[in-house]
Design a protein around this ligand. Sequence first.
Ligand code: NAP
Length: 493
Amino acid sequence: MSTTSTDTRTYGHHIGGRSVPGDAQIERRSPATGQLVARFADGTPQDVAAAVESARTTFDSGVWSDLPGAERARVLLRLAALVGERREQLARVDADEVGKPLRLARGDVDATVAHIEYAAALAHELRGDTYTNLGPAYVGLVQREPAGVAGLITPWNFPVLSYGEKVAYALAAGCTIVLKPSELTSGSALEVTALAEEAGVPAGAINVVTGRGATVGQALVESPGVDYVSFTGSTATGARIAAAAAKTLKRVSLELGGKGANIVLADADLDDAVDGALFASFFNTGECCVAGSRLLVQDAIADAFVERLAERARRIRVGGPDDDAAEIGALIHEDHAEKVLDLIASGTAEGARLVCGGRRLDGEHADGVFVAPTVFDGVRPEARIFREEIFGPVMAVTRFGTVDEAIALANDTAYGLGNSVWTKDLDTALRMTRELQSGTVWVNTTIDGAPQMPFGGMKASGYGRECGRAGLEEYTVLKSCVIRSGKRDPFFA
Ligand code: NAP
């Protein structure tokens, strides 16, 4: 692996422990520089069939699924160490392909290591249950088994981290895997898979097929050889996947889009809340499923708060992987930038006040796909920028009077992934954690996670959980065994 962005990396699929070249290739240009940074194999349904066959044979052989948890844990810990050692190279791969600052990509690698380490701890702890109260002749065993072959589909915004959030837990549970990363950012999945085999994951346990969602992803979801699908991506694709999986009655977990609210009450620590609001909307260039892109601010402090926000937002440094001062990066590609700019135009057209940003950046940014951090004030709940996931650096500010109004506004969305609240009042904070309809609620912080905390959505943000014990258990199935000793009383005369 190289640490400079001048090399073009070329990858095949990874099937049965070998790199398999594709018949055709997908070229990836960095959205920050326009440079060609990677070529990925453009997969076919036949590639998916070969990968599923490999994962199935490996699962059935027991070479991974029958290993004691402690041994799977040792392998995962070796993988965590290897990923940590290759931090710089892996960060480079994601930074180039996503167009994000290296500084951010390094953080993603660190979080990935934490997930793999935690998954190793869970591999030790994987267990079922025993009932000894079924009567003296009985014992009831609730056995927890690996789900089998897991089909994993990931998006482009946090490629290496998505790998940590899915593959590490699937491995800890004893599953074997076919992974389809985003066609735009497949490099780190292939790099980490090579490291996993170096760490001792048997060939065939992790298979990666790169290529397009409509062909590779679809074939994976429809394959009768796949037992369970874990998908992260947009709500529209999630709905298609749930429908496709229904044909083979596959269980699916869907981590989908969001439109989080970041609620600032008048009694909040305003220094913290300003920084938190910027982070909620602009972290990872706003390409973040849990972005708090709707800022709900209480009337009493709203004017001063928006002024401070705008002053800070104008100073955010936008830049590519090699800009050490950059705080946010490029958007993922031109089409996405057009969608973001269209939503920005709708903001003004629907009556909101553009406070700052609102344009494509040129000059030193002309080679890449960069949009200025944008703040709209006076956004009405009917507006598109209040309702639609923008997935770019755009904050929509809406003001409220009472806590009841704030809760109603926050919940007035189809989505339910993450919401944040800033207040010093414990009663209000607790009430918010109960009444906000989302899989995560943050109080006096935002977009903070930990491997221990299950992550997932409500409403159109999907179902199922990743990470934490609940995330591991998604990759398992329960089997109830009722065992009787002695002779059974006859039922039939
Ligand atoms: P996307 O278009 O839904 O794609 C996600 C993945 O699904 C990609 O690998 C894609 O492949 C694949 N795919 C597309 N069509 C498919 C099909 N018919 N069958 C199977 N797979 C298919 O989403 P994205 O644009 O990559 O990512 C952004 C979205 O992800 C946002 O909505 C964001 O909120 C969401 N997201 C959610 C979470 C979460 O944890 N809740 C985390 C991150 C992102 P190709 O890209 O190769 O077409």
